[in-house]
Design a protein around this ligand. Structure first.
Ligand SMILES: [Zn+2]
Length: 238
């Protein structure tokens, strides 16, 4: 392993689920009870802003009741102790990586704790409920603040930067992702094509497991601390 090797970690719903966050796509996930067309598209917000705000207010209100788990903490340790760069690219909209202490995080699907103004485009930290009367601190528009979440039909954030990181990384680690959400499902191929070692850590084999050089299956909270120990001790070669 080169001392200055770069590591990119893609995280998905599985890592949050182990903290008790309600996930969206699982068999008993949120999309089995709520039609995503009703709450997670720009069209839904235009037609029923109050309903959409309420849905995300409930998700945001859940955050203080969940805590980072050993998998989140292991990634903090990796970032603090690894000599090269460590970047988390997360599909999750919760704040568990931040609360664990990770610094270098890209929220490709947005964040529950940020608002986005549909009038001026300003993104700002936001705590508490959003309502159809909320006022934008940047432009003063009323009723145009939405959760800063990438909805269906919208482009995930920072894709250029993410692809630069994938091309430049030595180790690509995917944790708790099902492999059925694009474009994230293609990241492993991009990293592999540019010479990275690729590892999947997931509860069960993902749809894309055959794209990875190595896979470990079980709870991220158990497997990831061990994996990080191996990397930091130099015992794990990639
Ligand atoms: Zn605004």
């Amino acid at each position: 392993m080169a001392v200055t090797s770069n590591i990119v970690i893609l995280t998905g719903a599985g890592i949050s689920a182990e903290s008790g966050v309600n996930t969206f796509r699982d068999r008993n996930g949120i999309w089995s009870r709520v039609r995503l067309e009703d709450v997670a598209t720009p069209e839904a917000f235009a037609a029923h802003p109050g309903r959409v705000q309420k849905f995300y207010n409930q998700r945001r209100a859940q955050l203080p009741s969940v805590k980072p788990n050993p998998a989140h903490h292991a990634l903090v340790r990796l970032e603090q102790s690894h000599a090269g760069s460590v970047t988390i690219v997360t599909q999750n909209v919760d704040d568990l990586h931040e609360r664990a202490g990770s610094q270098n995080i890209i929220h490709m699907h947005g964040e529950l704790n940020r608002s986005l103004c549909a009038a001026c485009g300003a993104s700002a930290p936001h705590r508490g409920d959003l309502s159809i009367d909320s006022e934008c601190a940047s432009c003063g528009a009323i009723g145009r603040l939405r959760p800063d979440i990438v909805w269906f039909g919208e482009m995930p954030y920072q894709m250029d930067r993410i692809y630069d990181l994938l091309r430049d990384c030595d180790l690509f680690l995917s944790v708790g992702t099902s492999g059925n959400v694009y474009p994230a499902a293609q990241f492993v191929q991009e990293a592999d094509r540019h010479g990275a070692h690729t590892v999947e850590i997931n509860l069960e084999p993902s749809l894309g497991v055959s794209d990875f050089a190595e896979a470990r299956h079980g709870k991220a909270g158990t497997l990831l601390p061990t994996f990080v120990d191996e990397v930091l001790s130099g015992q794990y070669r990639f």
